[in-house]
Design a protein around this ligand. Structure first.
Ligand SMILES: Nc1nc2c(ncn2[C@@H]2O[C@H](COP(=O)(O)OP(=O)(O)O)[C@@H](O)[C@H]2O)c(=O)[nH]1
Ligand SMILES: [Mg+2]
Length: 393
């Protein structure tokens, strides 16, 4: 039944629903991005987070000088300050208003509203940090972990300011020089982006464990972290409980495994973080489950690939046990992660999603993973770096 196009349509629907549910369940991380106008806050937001968040996100004013930016499908809320460089008298007022907002009890006592981290941005090109900013940084650092970001850090020019700030012994958690966007010095001299990886690393050290998955999902700087998280999650689907609770099914009915695996794929996808774009998500999941009679998981598994699984072979009447189901699921999970990882940058750049290639790569990776998961003919285990292999059939 799962091989019919109608059932495939339902699986796509099922995937979309599951994916949306997974994304909703991710707790949102609240990041305060403070600094004077023009230092490069928006540029930084767009460079670190997916979907050009500063432009495409929805902005809502919280106070006159604090804007809340969010976007459906991204488990993150940015609070962007504005107008900090106003006249001496209004600076004081702006600071007071923002500080009052972030420290009010409704926020402090509500984990969903609490500010989790501040990125305070100072433009390295300006070569100085003003006294009122130093006070402001001290105040903010008293409320939450604070990373001082030296934006527009070019070549070696930023060093002077970097060391001057170090000497101030501010109560900050990290000082990170960043160039968020390549900088064109001349016709043939362009400075590369820098520091974004360090900013991601430091931030992850400073936010609660429960929010790390959300941050990893929302950012686009470090795709390897997405891959590692997602691979860890695969292990959960190969637990012995799964194996024990599964009633062996005939090979011909292997397709009943599919909804379970689609749920896993939705979960893995939520760890990576994809745009809530129905067409893209549908393409990806249909590349996984196959369409129009070429069902990858249904027919492919129940034919040639099963030969790779010991004790099952292609014999008529062979049954898929819980252990085999776990092997298949685990191999699919790792294969999916591997292929999605290679596609991440393209997806974030909105390049055309080539479903056919995705499908081909997935099949190859799936075969390779199945081989990894099963003992080779000599009886010794094949090389695998996965700590918890599923039980063998
Ligand atoms: N090349 C380059 N330009 C930057 C960078 N950061 C900021 N800018 C430029 O500085 C100007 C102000 O940046 P913006 O992000 O709008 O500052 P904001 O007011 O703090 O949000 C823009 O013209 C940016 O293109 C950077 O890392 N590289
Ligand atoms: Mg801005």
């Amino acid at each position: 039944m799962v091989n019919s196009p109608d059932a495939n349509f339902d699986l796509i629907r099922y995937f979309l629903d599951q994916y949306q549910k997974e994304v909703k369940e991710l707790k949102k991380i609240n990041i305060l991005i403070a600094g004077k106008t023009g230092v490069g806050k928006s540029t930084l937001i767009n460079a670190v987070f997916r979907e050009n968040l500063a432009q495409t996100g929805v902005g809502v004013p919280v106070t006159q000088n604090l804007n809340k930016i969010s976007k459906e499908g991204i488990p993150l809320v940015i609070y962007d300050t504005k107008g900090l460089e106003l006249s001496q008298e209004s600076q004081e007022e702006v600071r007071r208003a923002i500080l009052e907002e972030i420290s009010k009890p409704e926020r402090k006592n509500n984990p969903d509203e609490l500010m989790h981290i501040c990125w305070y941005c100072v433009n390295a090109l300006s070569n100085r940090i003003e006294p009122y900013e130093i006070e402001w940084i001290r105040d903010l650092a008293g409320q939450m972990p604070l990373v001082l970001v030296l934006t527009q850090s070019l070549g070696d020019q930023y060093r002077e300011l970097f060391y001057a700030i170090e000497d101030l012994n501010l109560p900050i958690s990290a000082l990170v020089p960043v160039l968020a966007k390549p900088y064109k010095l001349s016709q043939d001299l362009v400075l590369d982006q820098r520091g974004l990886q360090e900013l991601v690393d430091r931030t992850l050290e400073l936010v609660p464990e429960a929010l790390q998955t959300s941050f990893i999902n929302a950012q686009k700087v470090d795709n390897k972290r997405k891959l590692h998280r997602a691979n860890k999650a695969v292990l959960g689907y190969t637990s012995s409980a799964f194996a024990a609770g599964f009633t062996p099914v005939p090979v011909a009915d292997a397709a009943i495994l599919v909804p379970m695996q689609v749920a896993m794929i939705a979960h893995l996808t939520s760890i990576f973080g994809l745009p809530l774009d129905k067409a893209l998500l549908s393409s990806i999941i249909s590349a996984v489950i196959g369409t129009g009679g070429a069902t990858f998981l249904g027919r492919t598994i129940s034919s040639s690939l099963l030969k790779l699984i010991p004790g099952l072979g292609s014999t008529a009447g062979g049954a898929i046990t819980g252990a085999t189901a776990a092997t298949i699921t685990c191999a699919l999970g790792y294969a999916y992660n591997k292929v999605l990882y290679t596609y991440m940058d393209k997806i974030y750049r909105h390049d055309h999603f080539d479903k056919e290639t995705f499908m081909t790569l997935l099949k190859e990776a799936f075969k390779a993973e199945l081989k990894k998961q099963t003992p080779n003919p000599q009886g010794s285990e094949s090389a695998s770096d996965k700590p918890d292999k599923p039980p063998k059939a």
